[in-house]
Design a protein around this ligand. Structure first.
Ligand SMILES: [Zn+2]
Length: 293
C-alpha cells in the first residue's frame, strides 16, 4: 500500500496556509490613542471581510493632547485644555475613546502600556533613553507577540518628520520582533503604516543609525484603496469607516481637518522581515483588494 502520509502533510500545509491568509491575525503597535486611524479601513477589512482578528498595543495614553481638547471641554464637563486637568483626566478619557473607535473596526484586545506622553518632539532618542521604561515595554510586548501567534504587526514608520513618540513606538516594535527572531521564535511580518500619501521625492529609507528600521526598497508599497466603491449604486467607500473611528476621538480636535484628504492606507515592508516573506504581505493585500463588505 502506498504511503499517503507525505500527501496528507502537504494537504494540511496547503489548507493551513490558505487559512493563515484568509483569517490573518494582526497586532497594531502605536504611540497614542488615535494613531490607529492610520490603518482603520485595513483593520476593518481584515476583521469584517477576511474573518481575521486585530489587537492593539498603545504605548502612551495621549495626555499631551490636552491642547486639542477645546470641543471636548463641554462634552466631558471639565476644562481639559487646562494642562493640569487635561493630564489628569485624558488618560482614562482617551482609553474610552480608543475602545469606542476600535469597536467599529473590530479590535479584540487592548494592551495599554501607560507610558508618559510628555510633549510634542521630533526627538525619539530622548524618549527611548529617558521618558519611557523601554526594557519593560519590550519585555511585555515580546510576551504579547509570543502569546498572540500573530501573522502581522502594523506599526509606525520612524520618518524624520513624524512625532518622536511615533518614531520610538516603531523602533521598539521592530527591535522586539528582531530580538524574538534572533532566538528562533516564529515572528509576524512587520509592516509600517505609511499614511495616505507617500512623497516619492523623499522616500523613507531608515531611521538614522538604527538598521532594523530599514525599508526593503525592492518590496512594493502595499495599499488599501479607501475610495473603492461598494453598496447601493456604488455610493459607499471605506472613508466612512475611517470617519466612524476618528469621530470617537472627541478629545482630539483636528483629525477631521486632514484625515479625509487621504485616499489610501499605505504600508511599507521592513527589510528585517527577510525578502522571503514579501509573499505573505502580497497575499494579504491581494485578499484585501478582492474583498468587499
Ligand atoms: Zn500620535
Amino acid at each position: 500500500m502506498r504511503n499517503t502520509k507525505p500527501l496528507t502533510a502537504l494537504f494540511v500545509m496547503v489548507v493551513s496556509c490558505v487559512l493563515c491568509v484568509a483569517q490573518p491575525r494582526v497586532l497594531i503597535v502605536t504611540a497614542h490613542p488615535d494613531d490607529e486611524s492610520g490603518c482603520a479601513a485595513t483593520v476593518y477589512k481584515i476583521t469584517h471581510e477576511l474573518g481575521g482578528t486585530a489587537d492593539l498595543a498603545v504605548i502612551t495614553n495621549g495626555e499631551a493632547g490636552y491642547k486639542y481638547s477645546t470641543l471636548a471641554n463641554s462634552i466631558y464637563g471639565t476644562e481639559l485644555t487646562n494642562e493640569e486637568v487635561g493630564r489628569k483626566e485624558l488618560p482614562h478619557i482617551r482609553k474610552k475613546e480608543l475602545m469606542a473607535g476600535g469597536s467599529w473596526i473590530g479590535i479584540t484586545n487592548y494592551f495599554f502600556f501607560d507610558q508618559l506622553d510628555t510633549y510634542y518632539t521630533l526627538d525619539a532618542d530622548t524618549v527611548l533613553s529617558m521618558v519611557w521604561d523601554v526594557a519593560w515595554v519590550k519585555e511585555r510586548l515580546s510576551k504579547i507577540i509570543r502569546d498572540g501567534n500573530y501573522d502581522f504587526v502594523f506599526t509606525m514608520v520612524p520618518t524624520e518628520e513624524t512625532h518622536g513618540h511615533h518614531k520610538a513606538a516603531g523602533i521598539i516594535a521592530l527591535q522586539t520582533v528582531q530580538a524574538l527572531a534572533n532566538k528562533n521564535v516564529p515572528v509576524p511580518v512587520v509592516l509600517g503604516m505609511a499614511g495616505g500619501r507617500i512623497d516619492s521625492t523623499k522616500p523613507y529609507t531608515q531611521y538614522r543609525g538604527v538598521a532594523v528600521t530599514a525599508r526593503d526598497e525592492n518590496a512594493p508599497i502595499f495599499e488599501v484603496d479607501l475610495l473603492k466603491k461598494f453598496g447601493y449604486n456604488n455610493k459607499l467607500d471605506y472613508r466612512i469607516i475611517v470617519n466612524w473611528l476618528i469621530a470617537e476621538h472627541k478629545s482630539q480636535g483636528t483629525m477631521q481637518t486632514y484625515m479625509n484628504i487621504g485616499t489610501k492606507e499605505n504600508f511599507i515592508f521592513f527589510a528585517m522581515n527577510g525578502r522571503n516573506r514579501i509573499r505573505e504581505a502580497q497575499k494579504l493585500f491581494q485578499a484585501l483588494s478582492e474583498s468587499t463588505p
